[in-house]
Structures are given as structure tokens and as C-alpha cells.
Design a binder for this molecule. Structure first.
Ligand SMILES: C[S@@+](CC[C@H](N)C(=O)[O-])C[C@H]1O[C@@H](n2cnc3c(N)ncnc32)[C@H](O)[C@@H]1O
Length: 240
């Protein structure tokens, strides 16, 4: 939250959209620096609360609805869109941004500005895809983090992610899973690693493979950003 606060202080001006406004807190931080803010929330249960939190701000217009379908009457100097989740798989950050980028002024900006994704090979007994919390589920890393993708939210993103990744192995063991970690570039200077509330690392069980220190494994990883965790597919193959 501190990172978002700092970024909004620095970048809010003119016309601002806050897409997936939730509590509306990010919109309220933009109030002193902006002429007008369009805050959009699609979940009706959340929207009821958002409306009452935002009604006292004269330069915020609250819209209950799907941000992909809103016709905004004016272009934005800044789009705030915080529908983040690990690797952007399970939330609508990418489809929403793709559908509103035509509304962004030429010199406009987006908060957050992008993300980096990395993957590590590991041993785990879990058979279910889950988010890591306090070191659970138990897992043992078998190699270093490889950064495999980098997205800039100011340009359209193909929601289909297909990655061929070579992973180095630095321990003998049984490869049975992956850990995906997302780093958020709130701005190019404010980079936020995972927290339990923001993009906790995702543990993905894979087929099993005996690996040795010094070896290398080829990973085919695919998913649809905004397509949900069921869209994740993995294939692993030992190459040395
Ligand atoms: C991670 S929460 C962000 C909350 C907000 N930034 C805050 O600080 O309270 C994402 C929000 O986006 C909303 N959302 C998801 N998809 C949406 C869409 N297509 N259009 C509008 N809101 C959406 C969700 O209902 C949720 O409230």
C-alpha cells in the first residue's frame, strides 16, 4: 500500500481511472491531484460499500460495472488498475487493461506499470496447486530463480502465455513442482516483491523427475492471463 500511495502522489493528475476500485482507497489518494476520477467496481457486494466510502468526494464518479464494458466520456492521464494476482492468471488485469488502453492519452501512465515473473524448480509433496503462506506447503528449492517474462501495462498484452524455460538444477533430488514469483513494478523505481496480500508465490505440482546437481531441465509452461488457475499446463524434460 505504501508503494501505491507514493506512486499515486507522484503520478496522479487530470483525468484518472481506478479500475477494480474495491474499497476505493486508491481513488481517494488521487483526489488532491486530479480533476476527475472514474472509479469502477464490478462486484455488487463490494460496490455497495465502495459507493458509501466514495460519495463524499466531489471529484470521484463511481461506476458499478465491468471495466471492460464502460464507455468513458474522456481519455485518462492515469489509469490505476490493481487487479493483481500471481503471474496475472486468476484476475482480469490483462483483459481489462487491453480493453481500456485506447482511452489512455498518448503521454498517459499506468499504475502499476508492469510485472516481472520468475520460476524456481522444487521438490514438494503437495498434489494441489496452491499459494505459499509461511513456508507452507513444505517444499525444497532445487535451483535458482529464472525470470521468464516481463510485461509493461502501457502496451497491449497477449493473454496467452507460452514459455519455454531452461531451469538450472543445483541440488540432487526429485523435481515435482514449480514456484512462480511475481515482482510488481508499481513504477520503474518502486518494485514490490510478494507478500501474503499481494501476489503470494504460486506452487504448481508437476510430473516427477529425478534430477542431479549441475543438470538442466526444460520447462514448457502455459496459461491464460485472466483465464484462471485451471488454464495452467506444464511439461518438464531433463536435458542434462
Ligand atoms: C485486488 S482487488 C483491488 C482492490 C482495490 N484496489 C483496493 O485497494 O481496495 C480487485 C478488485 O477488482 C474488481 N474487479 C475484478 N474484475 C473487474 C472488472 N472486470 N471490472 C471492474 N472491477 C473488477 C474485484 O471485484 C475487486 O474488488
Amino acid at each position: 500500500m505504501a508503494g501505491f500511495y507514493e506512486a499515486i502522489n507522484e503520478k496522479a493528475k487530470g483525468i484518472v481511472y481506478d479500475l477494480g476500485t474495491g474499497s476505493g482507497i486508491l481513488s481517494t489518494w488521487a483526489v488532491p491531484y486530479s480533476n476527475f476520477i472514474y472509479a469502477v467496481e464490478k462486484n455488487p457486494l463490494v460496490a455497495e460499500k465502495t459507493r458509501s466510502c466514495l460519495e463524499k468526494f466531489k471529484n470521484i464518479f463511481f461506476i458499478e460495472g465491468d471495466a471492460r464494458k464502460v464507455h468513458f466520456p474522456e481519455k485518462a492521464d492515469l489509469i490505476i488498475c490493481e487487479m493483481l494476482d500471481t503471474a496475472l492468471i486468476d484476475e482480469e488485469q490483462v483483459p481489462v487493461l487491453n480493453s481500456v488502453l485506447d482511452y489512455l492519452k498518448k503521454d498517459g501512465d499506468v499504475i502499476p506499470q508492469g510485472i516481472l515473473n520468475g520460476v524456481e524448480p522444487l521438490h514438494t509433496n503437495t498434489e494441489y496447486l496452491c499459494y505459499e503462506e509461511n513456508g507452507k506447503p513444505y517444499h525444497q528449492l532445487l535451483g535458482p530463480l529464472t525470470i521468464y517474462s516481463h510485461y509493461d501495462f502501457r502496451t497491449p498484452i497477449n493473454p496467452r502465455g507460452d514459455f519455454k524455460i531452461h531451469m538450472k538444477i543445483n541440488k540432487n533430488g526429485m523435481f515435482s513442482g514449480l514456484k512462480i514469483t511475481t515482482f510488481t513494478l508499481i513504477t520503474p523505481h518502486i518494485i514490490c516483491g510478494p507478500t501474503p496480500m499481494l501476489n503470494p508465490p504460486l506452487i504448481i505440482p508437476t510430473e516427477k523427475l529425478d534430477v542431479e546437481k549441475g543438470g538442466e531441465v526444460k520447462l514448457n509452461l502455459s496459461y491464460v492471463m485472466g483465464g484462471g488457475l485451471n488454464s495452467i499446463r506444464t511439461e518438464i524434460e531433463k536435458i542434462s
